[in-house]
Write a new protein. Structure first.
Length: 38
């Protein structure tokens, strides 16, 4: 999953705003996953 996120970030490197959104979304998803893990 981390590799996929990195590839997306690299692919969107032209637009810093998109990168910031992707990073925030990834953090939110990871936070949800870890909080739901017993």
């Amino acid at each position: 999953m981390i590799c996929s996120v990195s590839e997306i970030v690299i692919g969107q490197m032209q637009n810093q705003e998109d990168v910031d959104k992707i990073i925030l979304n990834a953090r939110a998803i990871l936070a949800m996953v870890f909080s739901n893990t017993p």
